[in-house]
Design a binder for this molecule. Sequence first.
Ligand code: IFG
Length: 360
Amino acid sequence: MAVPGVTIQDAPQYAYRGAMLDVARHFFSVQDVKRYIDLITSYKVNKLHLHLTDDQGWRIEIKSWPKLTEIGGTSAVGGDQGGFYTQAQFRDIVAYAKVHHITVIPEIDMPGHTNAALASYPELNCDGEARSLYTGTRVGFSTLCVDKELTYKFLDDVIREVASLTDGDYIHLGGDESHVTSKEDYNLFLTKAQAIVKKYGKNVMGWEDIQSAGISDETIVQHWTNPEIATLGAKQGASVVLSPAPTTYLDMKYTKGTKIGLTWAGVTPIDSAYIWNPQTLLKNVPTSQIIGIESPLWSETAVDIDAIEYLAFPRLIGHAELGWTQEQNRSWKSYLIRLKNHQKRLKIRKVNYYPSPLLE
Ligand code: IFG
């Protein structure tokens, strides 16, 4: 039977449709990252935010500071296998993402979440003492030394090298949970760090916390836990990417009984991940400043690609629809029918997805 030719007119609601993979708490090989790219591109996700550095690991080779990976790259949560990407391997990931219509956004988290760097170079610490490698899951206990000139030479070298590795416009500076950096030091530090990113021709992205340092209309603030803070960032003209932890954090358990994952933002069954509206989440931010959504997957409890797939799928598929489809064309009822049918495809691709009872 001949099917008549058709013309399809379609366009995404948001330009920024992202997924974040935390390769610092646990390290994931180039092959694992490419597998994740193969899967997320099927849902028209077009940004891959790689969380490359944290307390438990430094995952990107910096030629001018080799110990960051020689030492900082060896640890991981629970004493699991560490690792890192050579610059050649990172370029390979960026190129692979590009042919899948995905831009890589590298995150170098600072001034907090920096224990791996502080364990690699004693001189980065205010007291000149190298920290021990950390394999636990606490947050907020580390800070680069704001008062030392060397810190800004370090930043200049790191940001210069990372900027040369990515063809995207943004470098993500993190800025979250700097609980042992005074507000004044934090703001001073991030003002300098932002200037370095601009010096190397990139724009700044950061978690919403960075708004206190003063940001520009070229900045992207990523909302994760405090709507008021994110709104303060938008008030400075910044664009907003939405990653509300209760509905988009893929490391939240599906139910209390889920073996892996965390619960600090609650548990997120597949309907909760879908049933929210990015257009109205931040009451006092004009929709024109909401440029998209991103699904972060933190890897404290995810040790391999199977765990990544289990936590990400099917919830990320719902996020992808929120990123693409206008609200008036979306409904949980319709989405659930399509998702049930889509399981065939997930099985063919051997995706280790969570078989929610809602899919029965
Ligand atoms: N918050 C921390 C992450 C990670 C996360 C786990 C942000 C921006 C809790 N910061 O989310 O490093 O530990 O769900």
